[in-house]
Design a binder for this molecule. Sequence first.
Ligand SMILES: Nc1ncnc2c1ncn2[C@@H]1O[C@H](COP(=O)(O)OP(=O)(O)OP(=O)(O)O)[C@@H](O)[C@H]1O
Ligand SMILES: [Mg+2]
Length: 238
Amino acid sequence: MDENRISSGIQGIDEMLYGGIISGHIIGVVGPAGSGKTLISLQFLHSCLKQGKKCLYISANHNEKELIKNSRIYGWDFEPFINNKLLDLNSLEPVLTSKFLDELPIIVSKIKTDIVIVDPVTDFLLLCQDEIESRSRLFNLFKIIKEYRATALITAESDVDSSSTKSGIIEYAVDGLFINRRIQSADMNEIMHVIQIAKMRWTKHIREIRQYDFTDKGIEVYSKYNVLLGDTSETKRK
Ligand SMILES: Nc1ncnc2c1ncn2[C@@H]1O[C@H](COP(=O)(O)OP(=O)(O)OP(=O)(O)O)[C@@H](O)[C@H]1O
Ligand SMILES: [Mg+2]
């Protein structure tokens, strides 16, 4: 892989990016509840750790024990990386009050890492009084990440019926944006998950909507999708 690129840990996404995530980029992953934001972030985390990168993972809705235990289901064991100090796993779940607003940038600025992951940043923005505060707090957080030249993945919730976040700020602030959506198959029998790279500054990327699935090894993004026929068998990677 190009030394300026970092694998997302998901082969189908790396393909859509003609390589991987550009080092130093802040990537937003936007999607409704249950669309795989946490899994994408954990899969990226595990892949970065395997590449020897120092990582900071901040969860706003799962505690550390829960994350470590459930990640094992997919074959991702984070404990050795915590023990050898390659991974700093933080849960901000107990401080989901206005303290969160100050706590998040403090943690990011104290722990200098190659990779910063925040899942999700939604509450951080919801706790702000107004749009001006959300913008300034988010831009300040991103400024800290950029100062350290870290590469970041930030998830955010979108409404089920829309592909954008409530505030819409994340979409503008990030360098790259993955949008996860749920759609119904033509025969109405199946709900399918699709992903699109809506933007990726400074590089070309595939704009097609691609289907993905949840597997016992995490997220798998297929090379094409065929929703209109309601038949994905021909298009799946395997
Ligand atoms: N092994 C598996 N096999 C099939 N589906 C799975 C598997 N593991 C997870 N899922 C699916 O993944 C969904 C959860 O994904 P994840 O927690 O990453 O979503 P999320 O976007 O972070 O959700 P939230 O907004 O609630 O935090 C589950 O609802 C389930 O549909
Ligand atoms: Mg989640």
